[in-house]
Design a protein around this ligand. Structure first.
Ligand SMILES: [Zn+2]
Length: 429
């Protein structure tokens, strides 16, 4: 999505498809709007299938109140209008009924966003609007008054959520991150109490991130280098589609030659990543004018230390993060596949991701490819991008089975004798 050059109708059609395909809205529920420079509001139509919406279906309500388009505007237009009138910095709005956020709305709570450092930064504190009749001016007034207090994300009592942004990309990132917090919070609470980060710890995190790497003088783009750019983008896209990565967080890298590598950039939505955005790191220096992920130094250390590791994924997936947010031990002796691939997932303390620590590079290996960092992320390594992605999927599936099984019975892990038997049969000495 290009929020500068793409027309609002195109942007809205793209985002509604993402939201629908990720299972964050039903065919009938939810609406999206964008306000342009001339104060025209572009909004999804009323009663049209969200699964097949195109830009021709988007309706425009001009600043003078006249309506242009092939359909009736969304019945929730009044609250979109009320938010734009209250907050001039907001240029895009998403309203939907995603299941985890609706869970919070029907028990009348707001999700914790300080379970993960960047989530608090992306979502801020969350507002809460009391129930009113859908489509009514009263609902608009309740929601607008929450936005007036400075909230950019609001839980609507017994209804859903409404999120604003400086553009539709910013808005989608906040919406997706908030639903992610809600899922992680719900799955985590099945394991035990959530550990919350203090505002001081979140601020500290930003101060501890390193300055940018020095720039290369002259860059060489070889054929294999260009191939790796495409491979990284397709893995990132697959991770987003499968709920293993969200817009606001996630880094993928792959070894190029010796200890040089290619890595995803910082500050670009993971959903919109293009091969030209990928950053080449050669001799510890970055491609001029580009900004690699802020964790590039961890990737560099891992490649230096582990010649057999050729690819790394740092991400947040909801079931693994449920363990990382509660600090509960994740036992992957669930099924043979999980144990053979992962052996053990160590859980490291928040703070090991800082530049002064080399704990993450020391803890990963070809034998034990994944570690969790409390309230931060999962780090998965592998011999190729596809293998690393597979290990990530296996780890997330294992975490999911553990969370789901917690309400039906106690875990019986594979025994020591059985793991020994697996080692002999499947793992080369
Ligand atoms: Zn609604």
């Amino acid at each position: 999505m290009d929020v500068l050059l793409q027309a609002p109708a195109q942007q809205i059609a793209l985002v509604i498809a993402r939201i629908y395909n990720r299972g964050l809205t039903t065919t009938s529920g939810g609406n999206i709007s964008v306000i342009d420079e001339e104060k025209n509001i572009w909004i999804t139509p009323s009663g049209i299938d969200k699964g097949s919406l195109t830009e021709k279906d988007i309706v425009c309500i001009n600043a003078d109140g006249s309506v242009k388009g092939n359909h009736k505007p969304s019945s929730e237009f009044p609250f979109h209008k009320a938010i734009y009138e209250t907050r001039k910095d907001i240029k895009a709005i998403i309203h939907a009924h995603p299941p985890a956020l609706v869970s919070y709305s029907i028990v009348r709570k707001v999700p914790e966003t300080n379970i993960i450092s960047q989530a608090r930064q992306v979502c801020g504190h969350i507002g809460y609007a009391k129930y009113e009749l859908p489509g009514s001016e009263a609902l608009g007034a309740k929601i607008a008054s929450e936005f007036k207090k400075g909230f950019s994300a609001v839980i609507m009592e017994n209804h859903g959520t409404v999120v604003g942004g400086t553009d539709l990309s910013d808005c989608f990132e906040r919406f997706e991150t908030l639903e992610f917090c809600a899922r992680t919070g719900i799955y985590g609470s099945q394991l035990g109490p959530l550990n919350l980060l203090s505002d001081a710890a979140i601020n500290e995190f930003n101060l501890q991130l390193p300055n940018n790497l020095p720039e290369q003088d002259k860059v060489t783009y070889t054929s294999d280098e260009k191939g790796i750019r495409h491979d990284i983008c397709s893995i990132v896209n697959r991770a987003c589609q499968h709920g293993l990565m969200i817009s606001s967080y996630g880094t993928v890298s792959a070894r190029w030659r010796k200890n040089d590598f290619l890595i995803t950039p910082t500050g670009i939505s993971r959903w919109d990543l293009q091969p030209k955005d990928i950053v080449q790191i050669k001799g510890g220096k970055r491609e001029p004018g580009k900004h690699p992920s802020r964790t590039a130094y961890i990737h560099q250390q891992i490649y230096n230390m582990h010649p057999k590791i050729d690819s790394i994924i740092l991400t947040q997936s909801p079931y693994l993060m449920a363990f990382a947010a509660t600090g509960k031990n994740i036992d992957v002796r669930t099924i043979p596949e999980s144990w053979i691939f992962l052996k053990d997932i160590h859980q490291l303390d928040f703070g090991v991701q800082y530049k002064t620590s080399s704990e993450i590079p020391k803890r990963v290996s070809a034998e034990k490819p994944a570690v969790l960092v409390k309230n931060e992320c999962v780090v998965v390594t592998g011999g190729s991008l596809l293998q690393t992605f597979d290990y990530l999927e296996v780890a997330e599936f294992s975490a999911r089975s553990l969370v789901m099984s917690s309400s039906i019975g106690k875990l019986f892990p594979i025994s020591d004798e059985q793991t020994e038997e697996l080692r002999k049969a499947f793992i080369k000495a």
